[in-house]
Design a protein around this ligand. Sequence first.
Ligand SMILES: *Cc1c(COP(=O)(O)O)cnc(C)c1O
Length: 362
Amino acid sequence: MANRAYNFNAGPAALPLEVLQQAQEQFVEFENSGMSLMEMSHRGAIYEKVHYEADNLLRELIGIPSGYKVLFIQGGASTQFAMVPMNLLRPGTTASFVATGSWATKAIQEAKLFGDVSIAASSEADKYNRIPSISELNYASDVAYLHLTSNETIEGTQWSEFPDTGNVTLVGDMSSDILCRPIDVSKFGLIYAGAQKNLGPSGVTIVIIREDLIVEPSTPVPTMMRYTTHAKADSLYNTPPTFAIYMMNEVLKWVKANGGAAGMETRNREKASLLYDFIDNSNGFYRGFAQPGSRSLMNATFRLGSEDLEKQFAKESEAQGFSGLKGHRSVGGLRASIYNAVPVESIRALVSFMRDFQSRNG
Ligand SMILES: *Cc1c(COP(=O)(O)O)cnc(C)c1O
């Protein structure tokens, strides 16, 4: 396809071209059924096959042990900011959070609606340019759970290793780095991730939850907001977002064909190094925002000498076929989101543009 942009959008984000083409071929008629998958019942055998295939592929590719349920829920990761405390925070208990940036802050605000919140560690004093080290974490042994954001999409920071929390339930928002590398799911009681960064289009959020945490909440919680509801019905309590789940299933097949989580990590490290190495060798023309030890494999944030120059960079890059490089409105600067589906060729093209931009403005 000749006119495909170099897509660095933060989310919704680039999808594998093969997946889009496959979906196009299957869109009008699915498996000789005389109709589109979008037109048929979510209770029929054809859709159910897609639904359970996606569940199984997630288990296989993420390495989800037995004893965990995978749920498909709507409302985005933002709804999980509320659903987690609604279900896991009992009156009189506290949830502890690692305050790493914009998304962690939103999760904290929402949890405060349902109970007490403590901050286990914060990098706010450093403008959230780093992930606190595991030794900085300070939380009581009786907290309901410890919540972390594995990748701060806006600031461009990422946890490189996760804490062992023992008897304390660890909860992770992995919306922007799920399946970018292998992880040890058994460290977590609950993981959630909106699909629209690494797993597919928007519309579905996956929740990986250890079975002992699937219990009826002790306070009234709406049916749709209870994990028990979705777990009991294999995420078919009500109509699921069938198109989003179908697309996610196709993306998961693509991940599998490309080496699974380990294959993704190899590609992602290569891509991120190309970009960060170039930034580090630009004699200060480009400056990485995140501290090197906290740099994200998924969102590379960087700055230029002035906001005017950054505006010019955003404008010129857009004109040359690069999409989404302007930083998030809340922090400014520039950001290249280089999720699983962003090909290495896009990074090479970006580095070449950056070199040229520097030579004209340096
Ligand atoms: C995008 C994102 C969210 C919000 O996702 P929605 O699906 O828009 O609610 C939450 N957390 C992180 C880390 C994100 O990247």
